[in-house]
Design a protein around this ligand. Sequence first.
Ligand code: NAP
Ligand code: F7E
Length: 348
Amino acid sequence: MTKRALITGVVGQDGSYLAELLLSKGYVVRGITRRASYPHTQRIDHLFKQYDDRDAEARFRVTYADLTDSSSLQNVLHEFQPTEVYNLAAQSHVGISFETGESTLDINAIGPFRLLDAIRSSGAKDVRFYQASSSEMFGASPPPQNELTPFLPQSPYGVSKVAAFYLTRLHRIAYGMFASNGILFNHESPRRGLNFVTRKITYSIAQIIAGELDRIELGNLDAKRDWGFSGDYVEGIWRILQHTEPDDFVLATGEMYTVRDFLGQTFGLLGLDWEDFVTITDRYRRPAEVPALLGDASKARRVLGWEPKVHFGGLCEMMLAGDLAARGFTLEQARTKAATLTPKRGGA
Ligand code: NAP
Ligand code: F7E
């Protein structure tokens, strides 16, 4: 039987990689996106071209629906009849969740409830459900963190993801649904949103090389994160739903670096000293911070056979090369240009 996957958040970073992966495995894929005032399908436009979504039988199509709109979720479930549902949609920015707490909780916590409830009420017994849970749920719990580590969330985002985690487990326990959580540590890529710290740094370096920017403004450089590659993590997400039984799994690299390390590595690739180009500002500090995240993914390795392929150095180079290429520079050309730069001192 052909597998049919519904992906919420398909126009986001992970949604785009997951759609590629599932299409390569022969799935019929339906994405949902909410209305925006300007098209923002850049991450999946190549899939429209490849799988022609104008055809009624197309393997890849996108439908308007919203996690805050129950009837839109019920309609797409009824019409598409998925065998697997991947709930990746979220207000995913931790810092912004302090400014938009109510809508973050609505989308990230009540949203998954609406979706789980719609699947349950539809009577479809065999649908498998994946919830995009997050290492932000661990918050202030000291590293390393695994599936048994207590949750101590430090933001409205973290709280919303804890609620969704337990709602997913509850549907598994109370109604026997195949509902699993992936507790994913930070994962990045050249498709990462521009206001997450890794992509902000690599995008800004490319702007500096192109002569469009002098300095980068950043907040807390001491935060420690376990950064992996989104392309590796969607493989783990898929494996979580192919497992014989529903369960919860941490996905992580098991390596931890500071934001300062990320600066050193990426500027270092061009022979530059990051301190010449960075200004620290309170503007990007958060009311509460998650100091250190380091994942122990031994359960996923043992049970699912999952392991990340890309590590810190490779990730930094992949992201920087992507942003430089978009401005017409190879790494080698950027190094040559970097050697001619005169940093504008001050502020750091
Ligand atoms: P992302 O790039 O921000 O993608 C999230 C997507 O959700 C966006 O396309 C967004 O649409 C969509 N969305 C937001 N509100 C929605 C709503 N009300 N209805 C329907 N769609 C909505 O995030 P990501 O990095 O791919 O992460 C995917 C998921 O994993 C998220 O749930 C995130 O919280 C979780 N997660 C991410 C990481 C990580 O490091 N990347 C780690 C752990 C967990 P718009 O483009 O219209 O805003
Ligand atoms: O921040 C610090 C910031 O926004 C990383 C999301 O995918 O991963 C992500 O959340 C660190 C924090 O990611 C800036 O204070 C310094 O300590 O890139 P970030 P995040 O908050 O770890 C988790 C697992 C998710 O689930 C989330 O969806 O970097 N930092 N200066 C900065 N952060 C940003 N964004 N911008 C700065 O200028």
